[in-house]
Design a protein. Structure first.
Length: 616
């Protein structure tokens, strides 16, 4: 019997797989800031190359559509050509026999709508829109725009304090981000064209492990301005804003409702991921700048907000999203049903739960849900289950968090939607009743689910932790005149808070309370932007020198190498305590990983002309 191959005739399985992998690498590393028209042209040409040639719309239509888009990209087309491209794409979408043709055309039409301004600029202005340019991918994709190649080079040189200060140029919480950041900076790393993205978070972790943030001297403050700014909320966004405003010479007062600073970094992330003493290293360094007064256990209400607007020159509202959302099902108020946000909040103040001998079910599939299941394991639970209405592949939690939870003994019960909670005569939880789901149509880029024609399931449980989202305590601020939609404060592109009659003078807002629950690094990025815009509002335009020179780049090492990963303590050990789970990198590992950096800031389009880097 003749052996069949999945590869086309004339190529081996291995060579075909290598070609596909290389093509996928190039797609995954498409640089941020690239012209959307150029990107769409590449995808159309790829589709045209895949055609089997059997149907005319795909065989002849895609090359013709690619020629029209090429003329638009070259700024030689007219509005008539753009209309022709749209009509042709609609015909290909509707008349092609297979997905090669109709999906290529459909994606082009989606891009035509999404990037309408870019297409119009190519036709009317004969140029890309302003700001369309390739950037250093890691820096562009970091919400705080940290100069990643610079601090990697400093780590390679052994200047760990310099690396900490280079991170702190844009992000004053280097330790927290080194331990828990979701590292979006790695998504388009150009090293992926050779082997795999650089472990950027791992290198940052090595830096702060080698030089604690509160041991690296902070920059000196600018001259005193005698301007006062109130920061409401001592989480990552509020702390970031306070840090930069203080460096600019303004006096800052932080109003924090809880017992300690840190926000969800302290009250939403367990100690095994972010030890409190490591978070305090960042906070100590921020406060070491001077000019920052902290008022703990001080909750701002409607009256207080009005007083702050009169007393201070500007106000930054960064209260986060620290209110847990509940379930709207029977039994949701039963004894034993606990909000994940409340549980993690109590742990932040040192009040650890005891689930010894209990069966714990956690509802949700995000990072908070993973924090809860792993916390329940450490709290002595006999059984821990994660109940999620979609598949494991659809969970929003980091893959590493899901894998770690499974390794620690957590059972993933997927495609089950909470229906009701069964209680005993005393009103205590005894089981979670779920309705099985089946995967369905993709909506918003994500597969949706619908109820399956299957009997309901009974999951025995003594404790149910609800991790289905976070809310914002917006009402006192809405009563003070700030507009909110679904609890999220409205702001313009400069983070100026919006009121009934337009912008509220001197009031800025950012972080989770403005965007909805997001990541720490996004909140940090908002705090940085708010500080700059508050400075401008107060009549200044400060620039701040971080005091660190960027090392000259060595020639790139292009030999493919494996990516150094951060390992964790064995699951059989770590699941019994709340001690930090990750193992440190060695100097040898860190140097090798730093050596994989291609220094796109020098050899690529983001070249920086020597000297010290300033805040921008």
């Amino acid at each position: 019997m003749t052996k069949l191959s999945i590869a086309p005739k004339g190529s081996s399985d291995a060579s075909y797989a290598a070609e596909l992998e290389a093509f996928a690498r190039r797609i995954s590393t498409t640089p941020p800031g690239a012209c959307p028209v150029a990107a769409q042209l590449s995808m159309l040409e790829t589709g045209a190359a895949q055609t089997c040639g059997k149907c005319v719309p795909c065989r002849d239509g895609l090359p013709q559509l690619a020629l029209l888009v090429r003329s638009i990209l070259d700024c030689k087309a007219t509005a008539v050509d753009l209309d022709r491209a749209r009509v042709l794409a609609e015909m290909i979408r509707d008349a092609s026999d297979c997905a090669i043709g109709y999906e290529a055309a459909a994606q082009f039409l989606v891009g035509l709508k999404a990037h309408a301004d870019e297409y119009a600029s190519h036709i009317e202005n004969r140029a890309c829109t302003e700001g369309t340019e390739q950037k250093v991918p890691c820096e562009a994709l970091c919400p705080a725009h940290v100069n990643v190649p610079a601090y990697i080079a400093l780590v390679a040189a052994g200047d760990y304090a310099g690396a900490v200060n280079m991170v702190r140029k844009d992000n004053p919480l280097p330790t927290a981000c080194a331990l828990v950041c979701e590292h979006p900076c790695e998504r388009r790393c150009r090293r992926g064209l050779l082997d795999a993205p650089i472990n950027i978070r791992g290198i940052k972790k090595f830096a702060v492990d080698s030089c604690a943030a509160d041991k690296a001297p902070v920059p000196a403050r600018s001259a005193q301005t005698n301007r006062r700014v109130a920061v409401i909320g001592g989480g990552p966004s509020g702390l970031t804003c306070a840090y930069f405003l203080s460096l600019m010479g303004h006096d800052v007062v932080i109003f924090e409702a809880r017992k300690h600073l840190g926000g969800m970094l302290r009250y939403g992330i367990p100690a095994y991921r972010l030890p409190r003493e490591r978070l305090d290293e960042d906070i100590n360094a921020i406060l070491a700048v001077g000019g920052i007064e902290v008022r703990l256990e001080t909750k701002v209400d409607t009256q207080t907000m009005a007083e702050l607007q009169n007393e201070f020159d500007a106000v930054y509202v960064a209260i986060g999203a620290q209110k847990g959302k509940g379930l709207r099902i029977d039994g949701a108020k039963a004894e034993g049903v606990i909000s994940a946000v409340d549980l993690l909040g109590r742990i932040g103040d040192g009040d650890y739960p005891d689930f010894s001998g209990k069966r714990v079910a956690v509802i949700g599939g995000g990072n908070v849900a993973m924090d809860c299941v792993r916390t329940a394991v450490r709290a002595g639970a006999d059984e821990v289950s994660c109940v999620y209405r979609r598949r494991v592949a659809d969970m929003t939690a980091l893959d590493a968090e899901i894998e770690s939870a499974i390794a620690e003994g957590v059972e993933m019960i997927t495609l089950e939607s909470p229906d009701s909670i069964e209680t005993n005569e005393a009103g205590q939880v005894v089981a979670l009743i779920t309705q099985p789901q089946m995967i369905s149509a993709v909506k918003g880029g994500r597969p949706s689910v619908k109820a399956a024609d299957k009997p309901k399931r009974r999951i025995e449980a003594d404790v149910i932790l609800v991790a289905v989202g976070q809310g914002i305590e917006s009402q006192p601020f809405e009563d003070a005149g700030m507009l909110a939609e679904w609890g999220e404060f409205k702001a313009n592109e400069f983070l100026e808070a919006q009121g009934e009659n337009g912008t509220l003078a001197g009031v800025f807002v950012g972080g989770d309370c403005q965007t909805g629950p997001a990541t720490a690094i996004k909140a940090i990025g908002a705090g940085k932007v708010a500080a700059r815009n508050i400075d401008e509002y107060l009549g200044y335009h400060h620039t701040l020198d971080c005091g660190v020179d960027v090392p000259a780049p060595a020639p790139n090492d292009r030999a493919p190498k494996g990516r150094v990963e951060i390992s964790e303590r064995p699951a059989r050990e770590r699941k019994h305590d709340f001690a930090y789970v990750e193992m440190p990198m060695s100097r040898e590992e860190a140097v090798q990983e730093c050596g994989r950096c291609l220094r796109c800031d020098h050899f690529g389009c983001g070249a920086v002309e020597g000297g010290r880097i300033q805040y921008v």
